[in-house]
Design a protein around this ligand. Structure first.
Ligand code: ADP
Ligand code: MG
Length: 232
């Protein structure tokens, strides 16, 4: 199952707050995400998109129901299991979170250091290669201040991809980008799915990129109200 469906969500519920302030935010989400697919999560602000993404991405403890990520059950997982699961993931956020004092190459290298793999020269080569793939080969020595918004987000994409993750979670990665840069970022993620079998789940409000999605899931008030692939 994990081979074909890297993410399997069953009866997922989630609550925020304690005592009288406790409030259910997510209600009975069920999903099986196909390997190599690009899935988009849509819905109004506050509908639960980020909560679902962070639960699937092992960034938040699963409280109710089940998330199986690459074969690991996240409900009740130990910290060691969470760390091991996160190593197989790439994250891209709206705020690209680049380190201002590091060059593009050094920022991309941050995506490898947590993986603790290989030697320095090899890692640098991988980082540079990734920057070339996102069209920034000639800017690898630039600091973020010298890059445009779209270029910074492409560095963030390179950082998320350099470790060759099996699953990528992206939360509004194109929100700060112009139309063309946004499309390019999503096209890149789509291509990775096709060439490497990378699975991507992305939150977006951006209507312009919906055409690229294999599947579109719409949330409202913590529930799935529409799914272009319902039943699977
Ligand atoms: P979206 O990403 O779709 O805008 P979120 O997943 O961020 O929505 O939020 C879903 C619901 O959960 C909202 O009602 C929000 O107020 C609530 N929520 C999100 N994060 C927290 C938190 N850390 N503490 C309390 N409530 C939260
Ligand atoms: Mg959000």
């Amino acid at each position: 199952m994990a081979e074909q469906y890297p993410i399997i969500v069953e009866h997922l519920d989630h609550w925020f707050g304690v005592g009288e302030a406790r409030k259910q935010a997510i209600f009975d989400i069920n999903l099986k995400i196909k390997k190599g697919s690009l899935t988009i999560l849509m819905g109004p602000s506050g509908s639960g998109k980020t909560t679902v993404l962070t639960l699937m991405g092992c960034l938040r403890d699963v409280m109710g129901g089940s998330v199986k990520l690459l074969g690991t059950e996240l409900n009740g997982a130990t910290e060691a299991q969470n760390v091991a699961a996160r190593r197989k993931l790439g994250f891209i956020f709206q705020a690209h979170n680049l380190h201002d004092s590091l060059t593009a190459t050094q920022n991309v290298l941050m995506g490898l250091q947590v993986h603790g793999a290989g030697q320095e020269a090899k890692q640098k080569q991988a980082a540079h290669h990734m920057l070339e793939l996102v069209g920034l080969g000639d800017r690898s020595s630039f600091l973020p201040a010298k890059l445009s918004g779209g270029q910074k987000q492409r560095v963030a994409v390179a950082r998320a991809l350099v470790s060759n993750p099996e699953v990528i979670f992206a939360d509004e990665p194109t929100a700060a980008l112009d139309k063309e840069s946004g499309l390019n970022v999503v096209k890149m993620l789509k291509e990775l799915g096709q060439t490497r079998g990378t699975t991507t789940v992305m939150v977006t409000h951006d209507n312009r990129i919906l055409d690229l999605a294999d599947r579109i899931i719409t949330l409202e008030e913590g529930r799935i109200v529409k799914d272009t692939e319902s039943g699977s």
